[in-house]
Design a protein around this ligand. Structure first.
Ligand code: C5P
Length: 425
């Protein structure tokens, strides 16, 4: 069950009832950005602070809240959740859950899952300072520590009761650091079959180049021609590849995103020509996979005006002369060392998606293409969720559900790993 640290370990995040529950939303996001798979269960009290829907949207998985209620899916079975997870994180951990855990009480969903989970547990306590210092809590802490339960915090600071003292839940970043440490120590044995491709270390040590975002083709110092692209999918793929152990270089067009931590290299570029040059240089340095998710502008203005073009000079109508940009995949990649290089591209198509994407894959020499239709429900620009179809030489390999981009990125890498291992067999 326990998976390798580089193979997206699965975290069951248990949220109990404290105001710090809001911080656990950030924690869920951070964990996913770091490449972990996350599912959440909440006590009834926790749902008074944050809604289960918040965690469901963040993680892409249903949230377990009720031991007795009608089950919405098999995933909500408490034993199934405990079986799925490699690591349990309880944040915030109240005095109540510490007491239940210390004494083996299982009377609602969170304590029941906890008792059914045999693996490593990390608690991030949060409570009033008197509750933290109460001899009962001190004794429970001792019992839990002696049984190998790990703790992060609590820290000192403003407490919800209005005092400044010990009892404040650690910040999500500190909890992430503690989780990483624990995940690094997880044994590689006995992992589930569906994680086999990734968990066998497929991405570990692979040199992966990801391009993301649009390119801007300047008309004058303030105007440009570009495709619509936020870069989110490319950044999520880079982040997931880092989480899976790859050495990732990210080449990014102009976006407002923060590069993920742990990159082996980062290049910010503006134009298609800059991006083409950066991709070529990365190929010269040596890469194993190229994931070309950038929305490269196909055309650029023939002339660049060094001063801002004035409206009154341009008049009421104005024509802009454009010329073709280099096709990075079709024209630049083949001119640099690419023996053994696996190439993955994206295609945005609004009609005959699979047919057109398959032709594009072949024409541009890609091994795999991820096609998506921005007009389809559950996909598209600015949408939190995204849906893709993975196509290889033999046709459709996999059609994803509509998922948050962080979740989708992890699944894409897993599918690519599996597809590529099959090809190599
Ligand atoms: O724009 P198009 O649908 O042809 O893009 C398909 C793939 O080709 C994408 O992966 C994109 O990043 C890549 N592309 C490129 N150079 C271009 C245009 C697109 O490498 N000039």
């Amino acid at each position: 069950m326990a998976a390798q640290a580089t193979a997206n370990p699965r975290i069951l995040l248990l949220v109990t009832g404290g105001i710090a529950a809001y911080k656990s939303c950030f924690l869920a996001r951070l964990l996913m950005q770091a490449g972990f798979s996350v599912k959440v269960a909440m006590t009834e009290a926790a749902t008074r602070f944050v809604t289960p829907m918040t965690f469901q949207v963040l993680t892409g998985h249903p949230v377990a809240t009720d031991l007795w209620g009608e089950r919405q899916s098999d995933a909500l079975d408490h034993v199934e959740y405990a079986r799925w997870a490699d690591l349990v994180v309880i944040a915030p951990a109240t005095a109540d859950i510490m007491a239940k855990a210390a004494h083996g009480i299982a009377d609602e969903i969170v304590s029941t899952m906890l008792l059914a989970f045999p693996g490593p547990v990390l608690m991030a306590p949060a409570m009033n300072d008197n509750m933290w210092r109460h001899l009962a809590t001190v004794a429970n802490l001792e019992i839990l520590t002696s049984r190998g339960v790990h703790f992060v915090g609590p820290g000192s600071g403003w407490l919800a009761c209005g005092t400044v003292d010990e009892g404040r839940m650690s910040e999500p970043e500190e909890i992430l650091t503690a989780v990483r440490k624990l995940a690094d120590g997880l044994p590689a044995a006995a992992m589930s079959a569906d994680d086999a491709a990734t968990a066998s270390g497929f991405w570990a040590g692979k040199r992966v180049l990801v391009t993301a975002g649009p390119t801007h083709e300047p008309i004058d110092p303030v105007r440009y021609v570009a495709n619509r692209s936020s870069g989110t999918m490319g950044y999520a793929l880079a982040s997931a590849a880092i989480g899976a152990g790859a050495a990732v270089t990210l080449i990014s067009g102009p976006v407002v995103l923060t590069p993920p931590r742990g990159l082996a290299g980062f290049r910010a570029v503006e134009t298609a020509a800059d991006m083409a040059a950066a991709v070529g240089e990365a190929q010269d340095d040596g890469i194993d996979w190229l994931i070309m998710s950038a929305a490269v502008a196909d055309f650029k203005p023939v002339n660049f005006a060094p001063g801002k073009l004035k409206k009154d000079v341009l008049g009421d109508g104005w024509s802009l002369a454009l010329t073709r940009n280099p096709d990075i995949l079709g024209e630049v990649v083949p001119t640099h060392p690419h023996d053994g290089l696996r190439v993955v591209g994206f295609a945005l198509e609004t009609d005959d998606m699979v047919g057109r994407a398959s032709v594009k894959r072949e024409a541009k020499g890609m091994d795999y293409i991820l096609a998506n239709d921005p007009t389809a429900a559950g996909s598209g620009f600015g949408s939190e969720n995204h849906q893709v179809t993975l196509i290889g030489g033999d046709g459709i390999i996999w059609e994803s559900a509509s998922l948050p981009k962080e979740v989708l990125a992890g699944e894409i890498l897993q599918q690519l790993a599996q597809a590529d291992q099959k090809t190599g067999e």
